[in-house]
Design a binder for this molecule. Structure first.
Ligand code: UD1
Ligand code: MG
Length: 455
């Protein structure tokens, strides 16, 4: 049977106390609902419907390319009413899987197993048993252990409240029957809502079998209602990811002090020290070492690269055998070739550095092409901005730039040129020659320092 997935995301999320709709809050830098959509896609459904309401325009605007059909639910009259809004679009012969936009960590295998238990005459329900079931719908079973119905917390009597098996909200039902059941719902209950959960009793009346399954881990079915729950799921998710990395051969010095907020590919024998944040798309080659307290976002890092402590690196390509930091900042559109050394308090922006070149201390290099085997002395600055426009600096192969040099762009330093320390270079310098721009040193003998006046 074809699978259609409905993701419920119309609820308000009051307890977030936020102007941002709940499902747009981030877990590992990705909106909650995007986690659900990505997992939904792994089931290869025919279609996905996203039921939106509160802050709906904001949700649509934030996810312009989401591979979903948008279904508005206004007003929000309950989970049954929410599912009903999507049903007109769904084919007769489909199986319908209901997911929640604020339950981000539901697992693909759990859902596949659940779907496998549903067909035209069977409904599959994902349940969990909780020590403290307060707030959840309770699974009411008969003497034979068959599910009879679900009772919401607010409608439950004291005996039903003792039931510890609860409804996760996630279920799979055949579309034809589901469509009919939804038309039979009423809102005569404690919350005055159309409960999706009331379809269970209707299914039982029709001799439809209610199958149940449980998730592998409780976190899979935990919803986000407040920022504390969001943080709990973030920690769980991070630990899962980091442990997966470790099992794939990466040495992580402390599994609680690495955060992955994106996707990562790693070579063999990579080592990552404590307090590292990796964001976006990251590729780490073989034997890469990342020192402590470093943030890297969108980077392709070659084999045998070592990044020392306290670096900030974004949108950068780093070639094999290069060494970065400590305390280096590599900004977007920087491409370092192989065996490049970037040292402490060096900032590089939108520049290329060719093989075996070194920029080891206290420099700013922006909008620059650095050739091979160049040595840039401490405190060298490219003056790339004139207050209105950016200009390029081009430094030829084997150039040696003395310390504390200002390269006023646009400017070219010839191949093999030497620039004496303390120069202000405003014109292109010829290759293989020494260029100086320096006031001649003089000494005044017998000079007396001023003395403090006496009152
Ligand atoms: C629901 C279940 C309950 C289950 C619990 C698990 C019902 C009636 N109850 O209760 O059995 O134990 O989830 O967390 O289904 N939503 C809409 N439109 C609406 C109402 C809700 O899209 O009109 C969405 C919400 O955004 C949320 C989800 O449906 O993602 C669940 O809604 P919520 O109000 O949290 O349901 P509960 O009362 O917790
Ligand atoms: Mg509710």
């Amino acid at each position: 049977m074809n699978l259609s997935i409905i993701i419920l995301a119309a609820g308000q999320g009051k307890r977030m106390y936020s102007d941002l709709p709940k499902v747009l809050h981030l877990l590992a830098d990705k909106p909650l609902v995007s986690h659900v959509i990505d997992t939904a896609l792994t089931l290869q459904p025919k279609d996905i419907y996203l039921v939106y309401g509160h802050g709906g325009d904001q949700v649509r605007a934030a996810l312009p390319n989401a591979p979903v059909q948008w279904v508005a639910q206004t007003p929000q009259l309950g989970t049954g009413h929410a599912v009903a809004q999507a049903m007109p679009h769904i084919a007769e012969e489909a199986l319908v899987l209901v997911l929640y936009g604020d339950v981000p960590l539901i697992n693909s295998m759990t859902l596949k197993n659940l779907c496998a238990q549903a067909d035209t005459n069977r409904l599959a329900l994902l349940t969990v048993t909780l020590d403290n079931p307060t707030g959840y719908g309770r699974i009411v079973r008969n003497a034979q252990g068959h599910v009879e119905r679900i009772v919401e917390e607010k409608d439950a009597d004291s005996l039903q409240k003792q039931i510890k098996e609860v409804n996760t909200g996630i279920l799979v039902a055949p579309a034809t029957r589901l469509r009919r059941w939804l038309t039979l719902l009423n809102n005569q209950n404690a919350q005055g809502e159309y409960y999706l959960t009331d379809i269970i009793a209707l299914a039982v009346q029709e001799q439809v079998t209610i199958e149940t399954a449980i998730p592998n881990h409780l976190h899979e079915v935990m919803g986000v209602n407040d920022r504390l729950q969001l943080a709990t799921l973030e920690r769980y998710y991070q630990l899962q990811q980091v442990q997966r990395l470790m099992l794939n051969g990466v040495t992580v010095r402390d599994q609680a002090r690495l955060d992955l907020r994106g996707t990562i590919q790693t070579g063999r024998d990579v080592t990552i020290d404590v307090n590292v944040i990796l964001e976006g798309n990251i590729t780490l080659g073989n034997r890469v070492k990342i020192g402590p307290h470093t943030v890297i976002r969108n980077a392709q890092i070659g084999d045998d690269v070592e990044i020392f402590a306290n670096c900030v690196i974004e949108d950068v390509i780093i070639g094999h055998h290069s060494r970065i930091g400590p305390f280096a900042r590599l900004r977007p559109e920087t491409v370092l070739a192989e065996h490049v050394h970037i040292g402490n308090f060096v900032e590089i922006k939108k520049s290329t550095v060719a093989n075996h070149s070194k920029i080891n201390h206290l420099s700013y290099i922006g909008d620059t092409e650095v050739g091979q085997e160049v040595n840039i002395g401490a405190g060298t600055i490219t003056c790339n901005y004139d207050g209105a426009n950016k200009h390029k600096t081009i430094i030829g192969d084997r150039a040696f730039i003395g310390s504390d040099t200002q390269l006023v762009a646009p400017v070219k330093v010839g191949a093999g040129a030497t620039i004496g320390a303390g120069a202000t270079i405003t014109q292109d310098t010829p290759p293989e020659a020494l260029t100086l721009s320096r006031v001649k040193q003089q000494t005044v003998f017998g000079w007396q320092r001023p003395k403090k006046k006496k009152n």
